[in-house]
Write a protein that binds this ligand. Structure first.
Ligand SMILES: CC(C)(COP(=O)(O)OP(=O)(O)OC[C@H]1O[C@@H](n2cnc3c(N)ncnc32)[C@H](O)[C@@H]1OP(=O)(O)O)[C@@H](O)C(=O)NCCC(=O)NCCS
Length: 168
């Protein structure tokens, strides 16, 4: 990373369009059919717990956290995490991940759920959920349903169907 021109900060309203463009480039229209998208659809994410990475004045990375319910219990859903193609493999994704996990923990949340590659997310504290313990609202490979417990006992506590927190 180039410390002189790199800025990692909470997402601001003026970032929204650039964040959307990054997601469009990375995932295309298929992102709207993803299980995780269904949990976020129509729900405002948590701007204080969502971060953007700017390099030389350009937004090149984004991660969002959104409140969800797992059964009756409140948790956070992480995603999308996206980094501009020209900045991949330079630690931008890791910087965003460490920041988001730390912020969620400091804000008193108990767990973060995501659907993604365990091999990438394990270094940020994510663990594979026992098969069947948490169900997504659409198709999801059980091996990709991951949780980062932020308090003792969270991995055992969260059970059931992941649902939208609330419609805005
Ligand atoms: C996944 C993504 C966010 C990673 O961002 P990044 O800034 O390139 O990641 P980092 O620089 O922190 O880490 C790079 C390392 O992670 C590895 N990595 C990247 N994607 C991976 C994956 N899906 N599974 C396992 N390892 C992965 C890289 O090979 C690299 O390994 P190395 O450090 O041993 O060389 C980025 O590639 C991206 O935006 N991809 C498209 C969108 C996407 O798939 N998002 C995740 C949705 S689940």
């Amino acid at each position: 990373m180039n410390a002189l021109s790199d800025i990692l900060k909470p997402e601001a309203p003026e970032d929204y369009d650039a964040v959307e463009m990054l997601a469009e480039t990375a995932f295309g229209p298929g992102r709207f059919a993803r299980s995780a998208f269904r949990l976020r659809e129509g729900v405002m994410h948590e701007p204080d717990l969502s971060f953007t990475f700017h390099r030389s004045g350009h937004l090149v990375g984004s991660v969002k956290l959104t409140k969800i319910l797992i059964g009756d219990d409140e948790a956070l859903l992480l995603g999308p995490l996206v980094v501009a193609p020209e900045c991949k493999n330079e630690g931008v994704g890791a910087a965003l991940m460490f920041k988001a996990v730390e912020a969620a923990k400091n804000a008193g949340h108990e767990a973060i759920l995501l659907v993604g590659d365990f091999d990438y997310y394990k270094k940020f504290g994510f663990e594979q959920v026992n098969h069947g313990q948490i169900k997504m609202p659409g198709p999801a490979d059980p091996a990709r349903i991951l949780m980062c417990p932020l308090v003792d006992g969270a991995k055992e506590k969260f059970n059931g169907v992941a649902m939208q927190y609330a419609k805005t």
